[in-house]
Design a protein around this ligand. Structure first.
Ligand code: CP3
Length: 338
């Protein structure tokens, strides 16, 4: 294995001692930054930004010019996989993502795969890795199969993911085919990110919380374990962070059974409880409430210190419990990193 540089984030994920707790934040590049809004306007729309390696690289680097983050997360979206599986993908202003045809009415086999959509993202990783300051880790990502499937089936976001949950009960065979297609495509896509320079990867399972326990086992734990073992076989030294948002009491099972190296914890989980449930050597990432960044001030500082205290004694990567809100004043992010 190549020697680790002075790189807190990779060291913490390897369970090694670090001089300071590493920090990065989900959605550290995004609409709360005026320079992001300017680059997005230059691109025209969100998808054109994702498909332009130069502009996506620029946006990935923007938060690093303001803040001493230990990782840069690839700027892209989890819905590139459905796009590569053959769904049309559009982000309509103020409405969020739209995928068509939606798989609640169209068969998976009717889609024309379009794997060329991966190439610009891999190029973004290559450009960004080459431009990163020493000691900052390049982080790649995918959406986990369950979360991605909720969009592929319903064609859009929803509050409780009932269209996908109902299909999984009504037609588990067809639903399993969708999940398997996402697993296979995600392995190719994530492996390509690593070959292009990603040094660690995160699996975003934003909607893991909406499933009943047996469904969680089948549609979250098992497909995640399949991706983890395939990536580990191809790239044994690249740490994998799993983030099953909202998993709550199911989080320990996820941590033990998927094979991920580290778990991301959202803000609804008591850090002292989860710390007791996990093996002492397992790194944890999280879990400050992102809304504290809107208020700033002593509430932000006290809560951040409490997160640090709660995870003291185990490897910890400081992060939020979910992405930075677009209403966040950028100077509050600076306060928190300081
Ligand atoms: O964390 C990062 O900064 C990396 C880039 C990233 C984005 N989306 C950029 C983005 C990552 C890792 C994601 C993941 C993602 N995308 C998830 C999982 C994590 C989460 O936030 O829950 C989900 C569910 C999506 C799907 C998606 N993409 C939604 C629901 C939206 C919001 C649509 C809207 O208009 O609010 C997006 C768009 C999106 N992805 C934005 C960004 C910065 C906002 C786009 C913009 O208007 O500029």
């Amino acid at each position: 294995m190549a020697a680790l540089k002075n790189d807190r984030f990779l060291r913490a994920l390897a369970g090694e001692k670090v001089d300071m707790t590493p920090v990065w934040m989900m959605r550290q590049a995004g609409r709360y930054l005026p320079e992001y809004r300017a680059t997005r306007a230059q691109a025209g729309d969100f998808m054109s930004l994702c498909k332009s390696p130069e502009l996506a690289c620029e946006v990935t680097l923007q938060p690093l010019r303001r803040y001493a983050m230990d990782a840069a997360i690839l700027f892209s979206d989890i819905l590139i996989v459905p796009h590569a599986l053959g769904q049309d993908l559009q982000f309509l202003a103020g409405e969020g993502p739209h995928l068509s045809p939606r798989l609640v009415d169209a068969a998976l086999s009717s889609l024309q795969p379009a794997p060329h959509h991966f190439a610009p993202v891999w190029e973004t990783v290559r450009l960004t890795r080459a431009a990163l300051p020493e000691g900052v880790t390049m982080l790649g990502f995918i959406g986990s199969p369950w979360t991605v499937a909720t969009y592929m089936v319903a064609g859009e976001g929803s509050k409780d993911h009932h269209v996908a949950r109902a299909m999984a009960y009504r037609d588990p065979v067809a639903f399993a085919e969708i999940i398997q297609a996402i697993v296979d495509s995600s392995i190719t896509y994530l492996s390509g990110q690593i070959e292009a320079g990603a040094e660690a990867v995160q699996l975003f399972d934003s909607w893991a919380g909406s499933l009943a326990p047996q469904q969680f086992q089948r549609w979250v734990v098992e497909p995640t374990a399949q991706i983890v073992s395939a990536i580990r076989a191809l790239h044994p030294n690249v740490p994998i962070i799993g983030f099953p948002k909202g998993a709550g009491a199911k989080l320990p099972a996820y941590a033990w059974e998927t094979g991920v190296d580290a778990v991301g914890v959202d803000e609804t989980v008591d850090p002292r409880w989860i710390s007791k449930e996990l093996p002492v050597q397992m790194p944890v990432q999280g879990n400050l409430d992102p809304l504290l960044l809107i208020s700033g001030g002593p509430q932000l500082e006290d809560a951040a210190r409490d997160v640090l205290d709660a995870f003291r004694g185990r490897p910890h990567v400081f992060n939020l419990g979910h992405g930075i809100s677009q209403h966040t004043p950028p100077e509050h992010v600076a306060e928190l990193v300081d």
